[in-house]
Design a protein around this ligand. Structure first.
Ligand SMILES: [Zn+2]
Length: 83
């Protein structure tokens, strides 16, 4: 058998729903379409803590999106990846 394919073991993490941050305190990314804002080749998926929408896929590690606040395109929740 060959080496395991990348992405075989995926980790799904639910992001915390947070209040809207005050202006200037965080970088806010509003996801416009119903597709993940980031797609990479890592093993970490980030999902909306409210509706479960996948906001990022294939990150190397969840901390990649630290200090960002994402707005879910489906339920409009503010999501923080601070873990
Ligand atoms: Zn959502």
């Amino acid at each position: 058998m060959g080496a395991p394919l990348p992405g075989e073991v995926m980790v799904d993490i639910a992001l915390s729903v947070v209040p809207e941050p005050e202006e200037g305190t965080a970088s806010i990314i509003a996801i416009e379409n119903l597709v993940p804002a980031f797609v990479g080749k890592g093993e970490v998926n980030l999902n909306c803590g409210e509706c479960g929408f996948r906001v990022a896929e294939g990150l190397e590690q969840a901390s990649q999106l630290q200090s960002l606040v994402l707005i879910c395109p489906r339920c409009k929740s503010h999501l923080a990846s601070r873990l």
